[in-house]
Design a protein around this ligand. Structure first.
Ligand code: PGA
Ligand code: ZN
Length: 425
């Protein structure tokens, strides 16, 4: 049974405070987890409890830490660590708000993940095996190699420009192709006199003038690295359009141009023609503009994967609404947007049962914790975005997938292929 739950304030990859939770079982076995944190957060995300005041710019998490050490510890003492659903429900009830605002989603998620780890350790299994059983597959990974929007101080308003391996013989083979393309991109940027400084997710943050230029850079890097765009390496982007939407005027203000919703759709259409290797677009419209988001899916959903992030925030209630109106055809999954392991599993199941693909995601503020890598394999979520192959808090997720591939062995290893098979349990 659970003997003790405790937390510590530690720091994330942006130097902001975050929660580390530890769960100790009655026989002394324990599990630990660190909580990530976003910058371009959806309005309806579960609440990250921050202290306010002057200490650490108001971003301290000592209140969340205290909630773990006191109330959550008291509530979980004596419970069965293998009953994840019950433990998560106890914390949801104890919090008592619809968005985990009282105890903090950072407090609750840290404990939820640490319980999982402790239970896996108790059974002497790796986390992905404890959570996922057998018949597991390695995901297709999406690597954000040019950072814009809220993740970098440059002129690019769209947030993430990603490359993803399509044809590959193993997870390692695909990852090597990504690494080669990343290094080639760096050379191109150097040759053209751009900065090769990195943004929050390990991608380059050059001062390009437009998103179109960023896509052209990716295209050139893929070719120069010796690959065929669309065949071996494809392209995806996260527009994160909530951040360039003018709510009052109901227009999109992108890199010096103003677009109506229809004009923005035409612009995306032009990009899709110009770059046939684009296979996935995330948040093409604002979280406040479901109607045009759905219209875009109606027009382009057969051509490209359309991922909903900010509008649904990994929240099963919002995902249900999205499915009803045909908002997208894929859901982005972030553990800390909803705040427990159990609810995240419910979100994945709901999406897949309704024919939506799922893309698991890190946050722009990350830690060394590789929970999300194991979780992706365990749920056969098929897709994962975890940033560029640079900066340890990003690369460690991919290193963990290389370890898992190695453990599963050549024969037992299945690879997710795009578009992923949406059958789920
Ligand atoms: P965030 O960015 O972690 O800053 O929210 C990720 C995303 O928008 O997908
Ligand atoms: Zn996003």
């Amino acid at each position: 049974y659970i003997d003790k739950v405790k937390a510590l304030e530690v720091f994330d990859s942006r130097g902001n405070p975050t929660v580390e939770a530890t769960v100790i079982l009655s026989d002394g076995v324990s599990g630990k987890a660190e909580v990530p944190s976003g910058a371009s957060t959806g309005e309806l995300e579960a609440v990250e409890l921050r202290d306010g005041g002057s200490r650490l710019d108001g971003k301290g998490v000592l209140k969340a830490v205290k909630n773990v050490n006191t109330e959550i510890n008291d509530a979980l003492h004596g419970l069965d660590p293998f009953n994840q659903g019950h433990i998560d429900q106890v914390m949801i009830d104890l919090d008592g708000t619809p968005n985990k605002a009282r105890l903090g989603a950072n407090a609750i998620l840290g404990v939820s993940m640490a319980v999982c780890r402790a239970a896996a350790n108790e059974t002497h299994q790796p986390l992905y095996r404890y959570l996922g059983g057998t018949d597991l597959e390695l995901p297709q990974t999406f690597h954000n190699v040019i950072n814009g929007g809220e993740h970098a101080d440059n002129n690019i308003d769209m947030q993430e420009f990603m490359i993803t391996p399509v044809e590959r013989t193993s997870f390692r083979d695909g990852f090597e192709k990504i690494v080669n393309t990343y290094h080639t991109l760096k050379k191109i940027l150097e040759d053209e006199g751009y900065s090769t400084g990195l943004g929050d997710e390990g991608g380059f943050a050059p001062n390009l003038n437009s998103s179109e230029e960023a896509l052209q850079m990716l295209h050139d890097a893929i070719v120069k690295a010796g690959y065929t765009p669309g065949k071996e390496i494809a392209i995806a982007f996260d527009a994160a359009a909530s951040y360039f939407y003018n709510k009052d005027k109901k227009v999109y203000e992108l890199e010096g141009n103003t677009y109506t919703a229809d004009e923005l759709g035409e612009y995306y259409g032009k990009l899709l023609k110009e770059f046939p290797e684009i296979i996935s677009i995330e948040d093409p419209y604002s979280e406040d503009d479901w109607e045009n988001f759905a219209k875009f899916t109606k027009n382009y959903g057969d051509r490209v994967q359309i991922v909903a992030d900010d509008p649904v925030c990994t929240n099963p209630k919002l995902i249900r609404k999205a499915i009803e109106m045909g908002l997208a055809n894929s859901i982005l999954i972030k553990l800390n947007q909803i705040g427990t392991v159990t609810e995240t599993l419910e979100a994945i199941r709901l999406a897949r049962k309704n024919g939506y693909t799922t893309m698991m995601s890190h946050r722009s503020g990350e830690t060394g914790d590789t929970f999300v890598a194991d979780f992706t394999v365990a749920t056969n979520a098929a897709e994962l975005k975890s940033g560029a192959p640079a900066r340890s808090e990003r690369v460690e997720k991919y290193n963990q997938l290389l370890r898992i591939e190695n453990q599963l062995g050549e024969d037992g290893t299945r690879l997710a292929h795009f578009p992923n098979d949406v059958d789920f349990d």
